[in-house]
Design a protein around this ligand. Structure first.
Ligand SMILES: *Cc1c(COP(=O)(O)O)cnc(C)c1O
Length: 425
């Protein structure tokens, strides 16, 4: 299936029915699976045979969706999680533990910033946040002997900064560690980070992949390209796991080592599993991802241009605007489009932002982004409100920043709503 076009993969990959089977991905609503004798069960628990036994670890509906996303990203294996937060958490702790260090761009989703800066720290994993636009030499200064991974977002939420994936991959690989990229905003429709050297990709599938704001989910995809045995930094993958009779993941599962360990060890112990029903709903979203993303993008570009020309708007960030500081990176990594999210600020923002927001009729105020309905948020007073002024600045979230997630309604109606709200202030 590898040489099919992306739009075909969105619809056809993952679930391939055989003769007489349902044409549409069925919801296997069962926690458990039946076997004929003790031997069969024993082999499953020793990882000597593969098969379903308990939906906390694997479920056929969920696995079909994992296979589809694997195909879309061009990876070798994937694991679905209950949310995007769980995906990033599990991806990190699959290779980092107490005493280790991770390097992350400071321009990342607020929830991930807290996860890395607060919760992982409590677990003994230290994080350094860096300005992702520093050059390679400057970034190298932040790497420590115990650094286990480098992390960034293809398009940062909410600043819409574009990550120089090749630079981050070089940084990681020069130090014998993997690059993890959160590809939530771009989706594989617009960027496939593995093509630029990323090793692991994560998603909050709650966003564009689901596309309708109906179910939370996450995903970890492995490119299969990183050599875990090149050094002794990843003993969890390259030395015996006592909880499976001394099995060594890289020896037993080769390119599948990372996702297998995440599934049979972390999902087993932590259980942040995606439910089959949610996997089914996510799959419906994926079937139109290649149709929706271009529409999100075209609408956002038209609105970015409208806002840019408006006398009451102070600034607009959208990476595909010719004069945006990320335009060059966008040409390289996102040549066909980026996403539907843009950021902007109003002139005299203290006096105008709340008034403007409250005047909107079609555009809704919600915490969510990246679904069919246009919505808006003011991070400094909503999602990022736990951050200090300094942290906000470091994350590039200006106090006047308004995040607009452009939906797939008719763009003239969205512009008309923004226009009337701007006129009223
Ligand atoms: C929303 C989001 C997350 C967290 O995902 P949830 O599904 O809400 O847990 C992680 N990364 C990015 C870039 C996001 O936008």
């Amino acid at each position: 299936m590898a040489n099919r076009k992306l739009g075909t993969k969105c619809i056809r990959s993952g679930y391939v029915p055989k003769k007489g089977e349902p044409q549409v991905l069925p919801i296997i609503q069962s926690t458990t699976f039946k076997y004929d004798n003790s031997q069969q069960m024993a082999e499953l628990f020793d990882l000597e045979a593969s098969g379903y036994f308990y939906s906390r670890l694997q479920n056929p509906t969920t696995d079909a969706v994992a296979a589809k996303i694997t195909d879309l990203e061009g990876g070798v294996a994937a694991m679905m999680t209950s949310s995007g937060q769980a995906a990033n958490f599990l991806a990190v702790i699959n290779i980092a533990s107490a005493g280790d260090h991770v390097l992350a761009s400071s321009s990342i989703y607020g929830g991930t910033y807290n996860l890395f800066g607060v919760t992982l720290k409590k677990l003994g994993i230290d994080c350094t946040f860096v300005d992702q636009d520093l050059d390679l030499e400057e970034l190298q200064n932040e790497i420590k002997p115990n650094t286990k991974l480098v992390f960034g977002e293809t398009i940062a939420n909410p600043t819409v900064k574009v990550l120089d994936i090749e630079k981050f991959a070089a940084l990681a690989h020069n130090n014998g560690i993997p690059l993890l990229v959160d590809n939530t905003f771009a989706t594989p429709v617009f960027c496939r980070p593995f093509e630029f050297g990323a090793d692991i990709v994560t998603h909050s599938t709650s966003k564009y992949m689901d596309g309708h704001a109906i179910s939370l989910g996450g995903c970890i995809v492995d490119s299969g390209n990183f050599d875990w045995e090149q050094n002794d930094k990843f003993p969890g993958l390259t030395t015996p796991d006592d909880s499976y009779h001394g099995l060594i993941y890289t020896k037993k599962f080769g390119k599948g080592a990372f996702i297998t360990k995440a599934t049979v060890q972390l999902m087993r112990d932590l259980g942040s599993t995606m439910a089959p029903m949610n996997a089914f709903l996510l799959n419906l979203g994926l079937e139109t991802l290649h149709l929706r993303m271009p529409r999100h993008y075209e609408n956002a570009l038209a609105i970015a241009r409208f806002l840019k020309d408006h006398p009451k708007v102070a600034w607009v960030n959208f990476p595909n605007l010719e004069d945006d500081s990320y335009f060059n990176l966008t040409q390289k990594y996102l040549p066909e489009g980026s996403c539907g999210v843009l950021a902007f600020g109003l002139k005299d923002y203290d006096a105008t932002t709340t008034k403007f927001v409250d005047k909107l009729e079609l555009v809704s105020i919600v915490t969510h982004v990246a679904d069919a309905r246009t919505c808006l948020l003011h991070p400094a007073s909503h999602t990022h409100r736990q951050m200090t002024k300094e942290q906000l600045q470091e994350a590039g979230v200006a106090p006047d920043l308004i995040r607009l997630s452009v939906g797939i309604e008719d763009v003239s109606d969205i512009i008309a709503d923004l226009q009337q709200a701007l006129q009223s202030i």
